[in-house]
Structure formats: structure tokens, C-alpha cells
Design a protein around this ligand. Sequence first.
Ligand code: NAD
Length: 441
Amino acid sequence: MRVVMIGTGYVGLVSGTCFADFGHEVVCVDKNEQKIDQLNQGGIPIYEPGLDLLVAQNVKEGRLRFTTDLASTVADADVVFVAVGTPSRRGDGHADLTYVHAAVDEIADAMTKPTLVVTKSTVPVGTNRGIFNRLKARRPDLEPEVASNPEFLREGSAIEDFKRPDRVVVGAETEMAQKLMERLYRPLNLNRVPLMITGLETAELIKYAANAFLATKITFINEMADLCEKVGANVQEVARGMGSDNRIGPKFLHAGPGYGGSCFPKDTLALVKTGQDAGAPITIVEQVVGVNEARKAAMADKILAAAGGDLQDKKVGILGVTFKPNTDDMRDAPSLAIIPRLQSFGAKISAHDPEGMKEAAHLLDGVTWAETPLDAIKDADVLVLLTEWDTYRALDLHKVASLMRQHVFVDLRNVYKKDEVEEAGFSFSGVGVPGTNIGPA
Ligand code: NAD
């Protein structure tokens, strides 16, 4: 099938490449000329493990190409996907549909025959029906076809997630749309992936419900971690005990500095707005949004407390600034709130991240970016493990201690055991683990 993917970002580039790898003929379109030039020269504009090889192979085999010219590609496509960004609208938290609508209008103008337009972007309930009406109004000569196909891939394991999803959700209400989507995803039949066909509104809401539920799970265990600290319990064991129950499951029960990234913060906020507008407020998610926001400031306060209440002119070495490992995505990373608050306490920040420093340097002022993890730690008074990249998981703690001025270790991801850190001469502060020492050793 001939597939056009509009928007060549984290979702569009991965989805387009994987569809090409299934054997479809794919053109990825983006407005950003620099991105398309880089792709046409064999580069990859984002960091996603394994993507470089998969892109190269499919380009070489002639199934994948990149262009800025939307009009000419849409004319002979069977299916056109919209995978552009839907950030929070400034001021009110609703999903900003400007990019989606602009892309749909361009598609409408370029269509030469009835073509299926599929929204892969995360969009609020009612958007796809609105797209149908928009296409119809703009092209009364053609009967529009739309489908909603929300994407559930995770950055860092995006290729595996796309190729072996738990399910594929398709909102499609006509036979043509359903048949085309079934054909497109047929290669997944081999892995017995369920293809769930629903109405448009249901598909849209499944995506928000899933993200809001996961964000709630994270926020639940984070509050449980706070309680553990007060009463001397261990949140990792609480999570293991809870998560072993099949009805609950172990995933998304890792206490930490709060959720971030390109999806959970904006999608929880957008769902809250949708619920309020519809007169069916999702109050549990309203609470989750507030608790998560407050948590980032609380994590900076935790670091201050671990340093004995004074960070004036202290050097804080930070390991990891992306919102999670294996991505260079800095959108809504907790570091963007934690680091400025530490600076407001007078701290000097030196930081390292394997892939995120280039983007982070645009977003964070006054940070010294280190070439290696040990450079970030050298002469520091406090060490903070903020994002659990593999490369930070087996630090030689004695060597780290020998490089530092004072020995305070704040592990916001609970990677290290209190005993081993203390044995190396540090005072240790984790998240929801008992016996955390406060104050420099
Ligand atoms: P992104 O910002 O990485 O990519 C969007 C791309 O669209 C950009 O390259 C931009 O230049 C391009 N674009 C915007 N308007 C365009 C137009 N009119 N024509 C051509 N290109 C245009 O965004 P993303 O992270 O890939 O997210 C895309 C959508 O997928 C969002 O709705 C997001 O919520 C959803 N989603 C993201 C993830 C994720 O992990 N990133 C996962 C699931 C769903």
C-alpha cells in the first residue's frame, strides 16, 4: 500500500519506517526542511535505539523516502496519516490542534480522489469527526474517509512497541476505512496482535484513558513513597508486593521524581479539560496533575534537605536530564523544574546526559555540561541521580567519593542500595526508602 506520513517526529518517523519495513511504500513528509535534509543525507534527527539501521535499510530497499512536498505525495496515496504534534495550548491546557488542522487542510487541497485520512496524533474526543466535516467542507467534490489510530509506542523502545504492540486501536466507521486499516496492519497478524475496531470517539478516548491511568499509577506510588518515608516502610517492597497481584501488575510502580515527557503531562491536562467541558469531570486525574506538578518542586527541596538545608555556592552534580533513559526528548522533563529551583537555592549545577545535553542546553541556563559522568561529579558537594540511564547504574562509588568535595548522594530513581552507598562514605537519600540520612557525611 502507498502510505504518506505527515509529521516526521518521534511518532511519524518510527511509524513510517516500521510500515515500510512491513513492506508498504512510505513517504514521510515534514515541514521542517532541516529534518528532511538530514534524513535524505542518511542522518536521524532524534535518538531512538535501532532507528538508524531500520531507516537506512528501508531507504536502500526503496520503500521509504522523505520530502517536504506534501501535495505531490498525497495525490497518489492510499492512506494519509497525520502524526504532527498536539502540544498543550498556552494558557488553558487544552490540546492545541493548530498543526493537525493545518495538515488536514493541506491534505484536502492535495487530494485527487477519495483518500483515507488517519489521525495518529493524540487528539481529544470529537477531533476526528471534526476532521471529517472539515474535509467535506473543503472538498465537497470528494466523499471523505477518516479513521482514528492512536499510537501507544514508548520512546526508547519505539520500534519494538510498534512492531509488537499489545493491541492496535482503530476508530473507523465505514467499510472502506476498516478494510484499509486491516490491510495496513495485516503483517501484525503473524504475532496475533489484536486489532480493535471502534467508533471514532471511543478510539480517541482509549488513548487518553490509557495515558491518564498510567500517570495515575505513577502518582499513586509516588505518594505512597512519601508515606513510606514518614512511617519507615520501603516503597520498593510495597510496589513489589502490590505489583505481584495480577490485578495490579508491576509496571509503572517505580517511585521517582514525577512523570514527564512529551505525552503524560499534556494528555492528562487535555483529558481534564475535556471532562470539565463535557460536564463529566475526571477529578482523580485533576488531582494527579496537581500532585505531579508539586512533586518536582518537592524533589528539589529533598535535595536541599539532603545537603543540610544549604545549597548556597554548593556544587550539585546531576546525572541524567531527559525525562527517561534511551531518548533525547526533553519535553516536560522533571529536570526542567528541579534544576532551576536548585539554582534558586544558590546551587551551581554541573550535569551529564548521554543523549539529552544538546537539547537541554537550549532549555536550561547556567548549567555546566560535562563530557563524562565523572566530570559532572568532580568536586561536587551533592550527587543527584535524576535519570536512570544504564551508564549510571554501576558507578564505582569509592571512585566517585574520591572525586567529590562532600559526600551526599540523592538517588531519585532508587537504583542504588542505601548500604552500598553508605559503605562508600556517603549520606544517602532515596525515594520512599527507610533510614535515609539527611545532611552531609
Ligand atoms: P514531534 O514534535 O516529534 O513531531 C511532529 C512533527 O510534525 C514535527 O517534525 C513537525 O515539524 C511536523 N509538522 C507539524 N506540522 C506539520 C505539517 N503541517 N506538515 C508536515 N509536518 C508537520 O511530535 P511526536 O512526539 O512525534 O508526537 C506526535 C503526536 O503523537 C502527538 O500528538 C503526540 O501526543 C502523539 N504521541 C507521541 C508519542 C511519543 O512518545 N512521542 C507516543 C504516542 C503518541
